[in-house]
Design a protein around this ligand. Structure first.
Ligand code: HEM
Length: 198
């Protein structure tokens, strides 16, 4: 096998591994793009939510607010002067969550609002080092994802909410065109294998 072939195969495989953005369809109003980044030390989420109010995203050992590790953010202000906000909370019951004081682990890297949809990109270390107010994000299927939608940017009772048990390292819902990140990866891997055989 030529050196060029090996280099090309390595580049293609690295592209597949690095570009594995997955898509979660939590509700018709709540979509998430998920990527595990920076040598599997961080998670990046793009929350795409039909609301001009706040967006809540959480992880927990079960489907309830109690003990859940929660993010609440949104885009406030005016169209010409948007104010992007986002903070790390934890749930203590069916009531307003409590702001984390040990560590504000989520970093909002971008935010926008257009045509009634709020889009936020947020990142966090998988292990924040704080096991009191944060929950470590691990490669296991027992975790629950919680989501909520606020009717406004006032942090009051959500207008919609839900939960789903899934593994944030592997979960991937088929998108509307029927193509998943997994099927694209599989296709590229198959092409690499065929290429190496010839
Ligand atoms: C902003 C302040 C919040 C308040 C005042 C609040 C309040 C409540 C209340 C009163 C309930 C029970 C009634 C119901 O089912 O609607 C509830 C349930 C729930 N909330 Fe919240 N919540 C807040 C934020 C959040 C956030 C940020 C999330 C997720 C990221 C969330 C996720 C949920 C879920 C999944 C349930 C259902 C739990 C169950 O069935 O036991 N909430 N919340």
């Amino acid at each position: 096998m030529s050196f060029n072939k090996v280099v090309l195969a390595v580049v293609l495989c690295a592209t597949v591994a690095a570009g594995a953005v997955r898509h979660l369809h939590l509700s018709d109003k709540y979509m998430v793009n998920v990527d595990i980044i920076e040598n599997s030390t961080k998670i990046e989420l793009e929350l795409i939510v039909t609301t001009t109010g706040y967006v809540g995203f959480g992880i927990g050992p079960n489907a309830t607010m109690t003990g859940a590790d929660l993010f609440i953010g949104g885009v406030n202000g005016t169209e010409t002067a948007p104010i992007i906000y986002g903070d790390d909370y934890h749930g203590i019951g069916n009531q307003m969550p409590v702001l984390d004081t040990i560590n504000q682990a989520w970093n909002v890297t971008s935010g926008s609002q257009a045509n009634g949809t709020t889009t936020l990109k947020i990142t966090r270390s998988l292990d924040t080092g704080d096991n009191t107010e944060d929950i470590k994000i691990e490669n296991n299927a027992n975790m629950f994802v919680l989501w909520s939608i606020g009717a406004s940017d006032n942090l009051e009772h959500h207008s919609e909410k839900g939960s789903k048990q899934l593994n944030l390292f592997t979960a991937d819902d088929t998108n509307s065109s029927g193509v998943t990140a997994f099927s694209v990866s599989t296709l590229i891997m198959s092409l690499v294998a065929a290429f190496l055989r010839n």
